[in-house]
Ligand binder design. Sequence first.
Ligand SMILES: *[C@@H]1O[C@H](CO)[C@@H](O)[C@H](O)[C@H]1NC(C)=O
Ligand SMILES: *[C@@H]1O[C@H](CO)[C@@H](O)[C@H](O)[C@H]1NC(C)=O
Ligand SMILES: *[C@@H]1O[C@H](CO)[C@@H](O)[C@H](O)[C@H]1NC(C)=O
Ligand SMILES: *[C@@H]1O[C@H](CO)[C@@H](O)[C@H](O)[C@H]1NC(C)=O
Ligand SMILES: *[C@@H]1O[C@H](CO)[C@@H](O)[C@H](O)[C@H]1NC(C)=O
Length: 428
Amino acid sequence: MDSSNFGRVFSVFLFFFIAPSLAQKSFRPKALVVPIKKDPSTLQYVTELNQRTPLVPVKLVLDIGGQFLWVDCERNYVSSTYRHARCHSAECSLVGDKGCSSCNSAPRPDCNNNTCSVFPHNTVAHITTIGELTQDVVSVQSTNGFNPGRNVTVPRFLFSCAPTFLLQGLAKGVSGMAGLGRTKISLPSQFASAFSFHRKFAVCLSSSTGVAFFGDGPYAFLLNVDASKFLSYTPLLMNPVSAAGTYSQGERSVEYFIGVKSIRVAEKVVPVNTSLLPIKTKISSVNPYTVLEASIFKAVTEAFVKASAGWNITRVGSVAPFEACFSNENMGSTRLGVSVPAIELVLQNKNTVWSIYGANSMVSVSDKVMCLGFVNGGLNPTTSIVIGGYQLENNLLQFDLATSTLGFSSLLFGRQTSCANFNFTSAF
Ligand SMILES: *[C@@H]1O[C@H](CO)[C@@H](O)[C@H](O)[C@H]1NC(C)=O
Ligand SMILES: *[C@@H]1O[C@H](CO)[C@@H](O)[C@H](O)[C@H]1NC(C)=O
Ligand SMILES: *[C@@H]1O[C@H](CO)[C@@H](O)[C@H](O)[C@H]1NC(C)=O
Ligand SMILES: *[C@@H]1O[C@H](CO)[C@@H](O)[C@H](O)[C@H]1NC(C)=O
Ligand SMILES: *[C@@H]1O[C@H](CO)[C@@H](O)[C@H](O)[C@H]1NC(C)=O
């Protein structure tokens, strides 16, 4: 069947109809699992998929708010199964058919005629370029939520080919970025339609090896903790302004935002400029630390310094990029990390609170000094609060795209487990 004609007529149904038929028929997974390793030199979170024919492992920087998968096709891309998406095809309509491109040399994965353009974005180095929409085989491990199971394949997974220079600033050995954002071709959307599972995914970052799941729980961590049972829920907000590299006017951001009604430090509300409320707060895996708009940063830092003094914790000189640093001499240690005043983000009501304890707030910069791991975002940043990777570690986050809801677990140490505790030993 000519899929482009089919797509024009049945474009609404196409995504639900064709994609599952492309997936392996013999076995339908309930969910998929991939490891996420933290790169110690860039602090980026790196995941891995198998792609192409023959399959090769491809390392990718994880971008929770990213648009889609993009891969360097200029260097070392060898595959017998790649094909470009033809202009005005059903595949191109999934990315809004933003333009047709051609290429004046021999055909390669990144050089085709009559193909639709996409704009892959390196959200670490803030660079964007024009790329081609391409398809190839992608293979990942299925899971029952407890262990990885057999590998499953999506034969025509859509991604963007990008030139090598787009890798600037990314961790060594990486060949692109894996975007989990709110688009029709992000990883969660394509996996959900390929295997007809719920449009949900979960991310659990770790300073060593964390995990991401596509599909619904259980999400089990040793010893026998199903962290999907501990979730509190808050609405995911639509940000009216796109933060992508290139966008049409009025296009929504594909990133994930929640609404913060107030911030408390040691149970006291921190005064913030009420015109900023509710504070649009972005969840980001590409910012290593939480970034606060200048006035919020100042207010939170002052409140934290004051409360810490009350706990007999001694402030010491700043260590960049942090401002508030302390001697760890008088910090007790608890299951939730060093004992410091808790920082709480109060969400839609006063009972829905995202709490940040020592393990997520304090960064060790030397044997004796720990700093509050927040950085100053300056005046008028695009987003007033960006919750960064360090603050997300060991918290399970579940994104439900169908209901626009975020489930968050709070620090799993409180449940005597961590994001590094998924059992990656295959069950067979
Ligand atoms: C695209 O078409 C032009 C003109 O027909 C041709 O010279 C060129 O080689 C083609 N490029 C590819 C990648 O097929
Ligand atoms: C399945 O995928 C895993 C993880 O990517 C890989 O290590 C393993 O070799 C694959 N197994 C098969 C049989 O292809
Ligand atoms: C509060 O924020 C608004 C918008 O950023 C700004 O115009 C105003 O001056 C701020 N007010 C105070 C008291 O800082
Ligand atoms: C506060 O810290 C100082 C210096 O470490 C110590 O001598 C003192 O006993 C502490 N006071 C309390 C109340 O913990
Ligand atoms: C991890 O899973 C494997 C396979 O099911 C199992 O044999 C092993 O005991 C598990 N490890 C732990 C620590 O439970």
